[in-house]
Design a protein around this ligand. Structure first.
Ligand code: IPD
Length: 295
C-alpha cells in the first residue's frame, strides 16, 4: 500500500506528547470522575478531552481513515479492513484518578485487522514505546528532551534467560472492571492457579503484578520487564498499539480462542508472552492454558 507509516508514526508521537501534557496538568479526583458500567469502571473529563483532541488531529490529517476511540465507541461498531486509528486516550484511568504513575495514551493504526503502528506514552515517567511493523520496537526514556537516536533503546533491551516454564515467570494479570458472574470466576481462577504451590497443581509463578494498564502491560512484556501478561476482557483500544510493539520486539500474543488472534472490538481474553525462541513461547502458552484453563 502507499501508506507512509513513518509519517503517521511521527504524527502519533506528537499527539501523544500533547495528550501527556493534558494528563499532567489535570487534577482528577474520585469526586470529579464518573463511572461507566459499574463503580470500578472510571472515566474523567480528561479522558474525553484527550480523545476529542486526538480525533480532531487524526481525522483532519487522515480524513479517509476510520477512527475508533474508547470514549466514543458505541456497541455495534465493527472494525473493518480500512486503515483505522484505534485510541485509548487514557489507559489506566483508575491509576490516573489515584495518581499512581502507570497510565498512558495508546495510539494504534490497524490495517486489514493487523496492527502496523503502535505508540504508547506514559507521561509520568516520560517513557515512549513505539513500533512500526517490520521496523522493530523501541523505548525512548526522557522522550520530551530526547535529541538523537542514541536515546532510543531497541526492544527487548534486556534478554533474560530462555523461557523455560511458568514457574520462572513474572506474570502481569488484571482484575479489570468486570467482576461479576463467570468473569469474576475466570479471573479468580487465573490468580489462584498461578499463585498456588506446584504441589497443588498450580504454576507457582515468581509473582503476579496488576499494573492497571493493558497497554503498559504489553510494553512491559515487549521490553522483557515481565514475562507474561494475561487479561480476560480486553478491547481493541487496550491492545492495538501494544500488540504492534510486542510483536516487533519478538513477543507473541494469543487468545483463549485459537484462530481468532486478531484485534477485535469486543472484550476478549488475551495472553502475551515475551520474546525468546518460539519453542519456549509455545511451551509457556500450553502450560498457561493447562494450569488456568482457556476460559
Ligand atoms: C483499563 C485498563 C486496565 C484493564 C481494563 C481496561 P481504561 O483501561 O487497561 O488495566 O484491566 O480492562 O479497561 O478503562 O483505564 O482505559
Amino acid at each position: 500500500s502507499d501508506l507512509n507509516l513513518q509519517k503517521i508514526h511521527d504524527l502519533l508521537i506528537e499527539v501523544a506528547h500533547e495528550a501527556g501534557r493534558m494528563m499532567l496538568s489535570a487534577r482528577p479526583s474520585n469526586e470529579s470522575s464518573g463511572t461507566k458500567k459499574n463503580t470500578a469502571d472510571l472515566v474523567t473529563e480528561t479522558d474525553r478531552a484527550v480523545e476529542a483532541m486526538v480525533s480532531t488531529r487524526l481525522t483532519s490529517a487522515y480524513p479517509t481513515f476510520s477512527f475508533i476511540g474508547e470514549e466514543t465507541y458505541t456497541p455495534g461498531l465493527t472494525l473493518t479492513a480500512a486503515p483505522t486509528f484505534i485510541v485509548d486516550p487514557i489507559d489506566g484511568t483508575t491509576n490516573f484518578v489515584h495518581n499512581f504513575p502507570a497510565f498512558c495514551i495508546s495510539l494504534g493504526l490497524v490495517v486489514a485487522h493487523v496492527p502496523v503502528v503502535g505508540i504508547v506514552y506514559n507521561p509520568c515517567l516520560d517513557e515512549l514505546y513505539t513500533a512500526i511493523k517490520g521496523s522493530g520496537a523501541f523505548l525512548t526514556r526522557n522522550s520530551l528532551t530526547q535529541k538523537n537516536s542514541a536515546d532510543k533503546l531497541k526492544l527487548p533491551h534486556r534478554e533474560p534467560e530462555k523461557l523455560e516454564n511458568l514457574s520462572t515467570c513474572l506474570v502481569g494479570a488484571e482484575w479489570g472492571s468486570d467482576r461479576s458472574g463467570s468473569n469474576f470466576a475466570l479471573k479468580s481462577q487465573v490468580f489462584t492457579r498461578l499463585a498456588a504451590a506446584k504441589a497443588d497443581g498450580g504454576a507457582m509463578v515468581h509473582s503476579i503484578r496488576c499494573l492497571g494498564s493493558a497497554a503498559l502491560n504489553l510494553c512491559m512484556v515487549a521490553s522483557g520487564q515481565q514475562d507474561v501478561f494475561w487479561e480476560g476482557g480486553c478491547w481493541a483500544w487496550d491492545v492495538a498499539a501494544g500488540w504492534c510493539i510486542l510483536l516487533e520486539a519478538g513477543g507473541m500474543i494469543v487468545g483463549g480462542n485459537p484462530g481468532q488472534w486478531e484485534v477485535a472490538v469486543d472484550g476478549r481474553v488475551y495472553l502475551a508472552i515475551r520474546g525468546g525462541e518460539e519453542e519456549g513461547q509455545k511451551k509457556i502458552v500450553e502450560e498457561f492454558w493447562g494450569v488456568v484453563g482457556e476460559g
